[in-house]
Design a protein around this ligand. Structure first.
Ligand code: NAP
Ligand code: HSE
Length: 430
């Protein structure tokens, strides 16, 4: 029996530092739970001369870690696609277990990594890759595995939720709140992945792959970020009784297939997701046996993310101790169809600038009506550069019809600009 389970840590940034802290602060309890101590033996970084907040010796040579026979688990928290993917594959093929927080690699190369883990009879775990400290991968793969899942929906990006909360509650501007999220260690190295919706898209691709037993890749996700959300939209949302959130949605649409998307949405102020603020994330999962379940907590940050990474480490260490590695394999045993975007339905908020003349509103309403888009409410309350600002909320309409209506309106001479179009997600959770 080994005297300790040893880790090779790749990356000592926000998450890596948190992992060392959790393993150190909770060392006694972790050792009791596993049966032997769990220790960080080697740490790899990019810049060995950088000042660190914790005292560990570092290397820049991956071979020193992968070729170390005494290292059992490689923990990848360096981020990015390459060389992270190559290092993880090499580790798995060397018979080492891998724990990662890297949604970029899991979303794109999950199959390859699972195959390598299976071939080598080792564990591959990635709880921290989705929703930071919130348990969601393990619940889907284990606790809810008896269910047929019909829907996974929620807020899975801490950076944008922090930004939208601050823009709404403190009326701060976009650049200020983005800089705050970066300073707090929530944002990705390249924050365009957060604000552009790609980070959330990778996460919902991972969750829906597990939920629907089908490989869902980034290309299958319809993605829109928050870069077009302005304080004006936030103010209209408030006035109409909504808040704006970046939602990740995966539905099993029985008529047309799997519908997976990320986009900002108006949600009613009384909706449970409306009060999920700051860096917090929340995910609803609907299963045919369990019904509705909700997972809530901090979706990013040093210690919450480290909590999920270290839980995976402890699970792997227990498997090593009991010689039962490689138990939970890839569950993508189906190949479901994807629902084309034009076949999905939604209500919409539309903000237009139009000429301020008699009959314009009727002409716009007529264009919507001609394409079967029924209007729920219309507001016209202010002028911008001599144009009238018109805000409309539609009833539930097909994506194809709203696109056709907007194309017709864009060609009308009375239109100055379509300022914004945002979905309204009015469905209440049971
Ligand atoms: P980070 O603060 O930028 O840290 C990255 C670390 O990896 C740094 O220590 C860096 O070395 C090292 N590194 C990067 N490229 C390397 C290379 N080519 N070779 C060797 N070392 C390299 O990143 P992070 O925020 O901790 O995120 C790490 C991973 O966790 C990412 O996959 C991210 O998506 C995921 N994640 C992050 C959070 C969060 O809240 N931050 C939450 C969930 C998941 P230097 O220190 O020398 O620069
Ligand atoms: N940048 C990510 C977020 C980190 O803001 O949610 C957690 O994956």
């Amino acid at each position: 029996m080994k005297a300790s389970v040893n880790i090779g840590l790749l990356g000592l940034g926000t998450v890596g530092t948190g992992v060392v802290k959790v393993l150190t602060q909770n060392a006694r309890e972790i050792s009791q739970k596993v049966g032997v101590p769990v220790t960080v033996k080697k740490v790899m970084v990019r810049n060995p001369n950088k000042a660190r907040s914790i005292d560990v010796s570092v290397t820049t040579d991956i071979d020193e870690i992968i070729n170390d026979q005494d290292i059992d688990i490689i923990v990848e928290v360096m981020g990015g696609e390459q060389p992270a993917k190559e290092y993880m594959l090499r580790a798995l093929n060397s018979g080492k277990h891998v724990v990662t927080a890297n949604k970029d690699v899991v979303a794109k190369y999950g199959r390859e990594l699972f195959d390598a883990a299976q071939a080598n009879n080792v564990d591959f775990m990635f709880e921290a890759s989705v929703a930071g400290g919130i348990p969601i991968i393990r619940p889907l793969k284990q606790c809810l595995t008896a269910n047929k899942i019909s829907e996974v929906m929620g807020i899975v990006n801490g950076t944008t939720n922090y930004m939208l909360t601050k823009m709404t509650n403190d009326k701060l501007d976009y650049q200020t709140v983005l800089a705050e999220a970066q300073a707090k260690g929530y944002a990705e190295a390249d924050p365009t992945a957060d604000v552009g919706g790609l980070d959330a898209a990778r996460k919902i691709a991972i969750l829906s792959s597990i939920a629907f037993n089908t490989r869902v890749s980034l290309a299958d996700v319809d993605v829109e970020g928050i870069t077009n959300i302005s304080p004006v939209d936030i103010e209209y949302a408030r006035e109409l009784g909504y808040v704006i959130k970046l939602l990740a949605i995966a539905k099993d649409n029985e008529e047309c297939g799997i519908d997976v998307r990320v986009h900002p949405a108006f949600i009613p102020a009384a909706h449970p997701l409306a009060s999920v603020n700051d860096v917090f994330n929340a995910i609803f999962v609907r299963g045919n046996a369990v019904g509705e379940t909700m997972f809530y907590g901090r979706g990013a940050g040093e210690m919450p993310t480290a909590s999920a990474v270290v839980a995976d480490i402890i699970d792997v260490a227990r498997d090593i101790r009991h010689d039962i590695s490689g138990r939970i394999l890839c569950t993508c045993f189906e190949q479901r169809n994807f629902c084309p975007a034009e076949q999905t339905n939604s209500a919409y908020y539309v903000r237009l600038l139009v000429e301020d003349q008699p009959g314009v509103l009727a002409a716009i309403a007529g264009a919507f009506g001609a394409h079967n888009v029924s209007l729920n409410s219309v507001i016209q309350k202010r002028k911008v550069n001599n144009c009238a600002e018109v805000v409309l909320i539609t009833y539930l309409v097909s994506d194809a019809n709203i696109r056709r209506a907007l194309n017709t309106i864009k060609d009308m001479s009375v239109l100055t600009t379509v300022q914004n179009v945002i979905r309204v997600e009015a469905q209440q959770i049971d």
